[in-house]
Design a protein around this ligand. Structure first.
Ligand SMILES: C[S@@+](CC[C@H](N)C(=O)[O-])C[C@H]1O[C@@H](n2cnc3c(N)ncnc32)[C@H](O)[C@@H]1O
Length: 269
C-alpha cells in the first residue's frame, strides 16, 4: 500500500521536527537499548514498521550494519522528514500501513517496530503481516511505552495536570487508551497471533529537560496524542494546564522523568 499519504496534513503525526522534539529524542534512547538486546549480526534485511521520523531506522543503520532496511509509516510528512534526514542507500522509506506491508513473503530477517504498535488500528492484521513477511527463523520485535504503569513520566505528568483542569482528560490519555501495554497483555496478544518463543523485558531510560520551556513547548506543537489533545482545549484551559504542570515541576533543575518501555520479541509461528 504505497503512494499517497494516508494521514491528513494536520493530525497527531503531521510534523517531523515537532515529533523529534516531543518524542523522537527519547525514542532514540530506547532504540539503542532495544537493538543491543536483539543482538543481531551484520548483513541482515530489516523492516521498521511505523518508522515515523526514523528514530529506530537510524539506530539500526548506526549499530547493526544491516544489509537493507525497508521503513514504513502511513504519515507522508514523517516519511518526508525521515527521507530528508537519514540519507543511507541501504534504507527504503515508504508510505504504508502495518496491515499492508509493501514487502514480499518470507523476505525479512528482522521485523522491528518502535513506539508504534499501540497505534495500529488493526493489531491482529499487523501481526499477521509481520509473520507473512518474516523469514522462517526471523526475529519479530517491538517496544511500546509502559502506558498503564505511567511509564513515560513526562507524558503522565501532562495528563495528571490535564485531569486537574479539564473534565474528560482521563479518557483521552494513553493510560486509559492502551491498557494492553503490559508484559502480560502484549505476550497474550503475541501468543494469540501465533508467535513462538515470545518474551518481554523492560527498557528504562531517563528523559531530562533543561528547563520548563524544554518540557512544555513540544506539548503546544500539535504532534503526538497529548499535543493534539492540547490543541483542542480553549485558551483558558490551556493556560490553567500550563500553570498546573509548571507548579508541579517548580524548583527542579534539571527536570527529569523516568521512562519505561516494554520490549517484546518472538519468532513467526
Ligand atoms: C509514536 S510514533 C513512533 C515513531 C517511531 N517509530 C519512533 O520510535 O519514534 C507512532 C507512529 O506510528 C505510526 N502509525 C500509526 N498507525 C499506523 C499503522 N496502521 N501502520 C504503521 N504505522 C502506524 C504513526 O504514523 C507514527 O509515526
Amino acid at each position: 500500500m504505497t503512494g499517497e499519504p494516508m494521514f491528513p496534513e494536520r493530525g497527531p503525526w503531521s510534523d517531523g521536527a515537532s515529533y523529534e522534539r516531543y518524542m523522537g529524542r527519547w525514542s532514540r534512547r530506547v532504540a539503542r537499548e532495544f537493538i543491543a538486546w536483539l543482538g543481531q549480526p551484520a548483513g541482515l534485511s530489516w523492516l521498521d514498521v511505523g518508522c515515523g521520523t526514523g528514530a529506530l531506522t537510524a539506530t539500526i543503520c548506526a549499530e547493526c550494519a544491516p544489509g537493507a532496511i525497508v521503513a514504513v509509516d502511513p504519515s507522508g510528512p514523517f516519511i518526508d522528514y525521515a527521507r530528508g534526514t537519514l540519507r543511507d542507500n541501504r534504507v527504503r522509506f515508504e508510505v504504508a500501513s502495518a496491515s499492508a506491508l509493501p514487502v514480499g513473503d518470507r523476505s525479512i530477517d528482522v521485523v522491528a517496530s518502535g513506539l508504534a504498535l499501540n497505534f495500529f488500528a488493526d493489531r491482529p492484521a499487523a501481526f499477521a503481516e509481520m509473520q507473512r513477511v518474516a523469514k522462517p527463523n526471523a526475529t519479530i520485535a517491538f517496544y511500546v511505552w509502559d502506558y498503564p504503569g505511567g511509564g513515560m513520566g513526562f507524558m503522565d505528568a501532562f495528563w495528571e495536570a490535564a485531569m486537574a483542569v479539564a473534565p474528560g482528560a482521563a479518557s483521552a490519555g494513553e493510560r486509559s487508551r492502551f491498557p494492553f501495554c503490559t508484559p502480560g497483555g502484549l505476550l497474550d496478544e503475541l501468543r494469540a497471533a501465533g508467535f513462538a518463543q515470545a518474551e518481554a523485558r523492560p527498557i528504562e531510560v531517563t528523559a531530562e529537560f533543561a528547563d520548563f520551556d524544554d518540557l512544555w513547548a513540544p506539548f503546544t506543537q500539535g504532534t503526538g496524542p497529548a499535543p493534539a489533545y492540547y490543541q483542542r482545549l480553549d485558551g483558558e484551559t490551556r493556560l490553567a494546564l500550563k500553570r498546573t504542570l509548571e507548579s508541579r515541576v517548580a524548583g527542579r533543575r534539571p527536570i527529569q522523568f523516568p521512562a519505561r518501555a516494554w520490549a517484546l520479541r518472538g519468532r513467526p509461528g
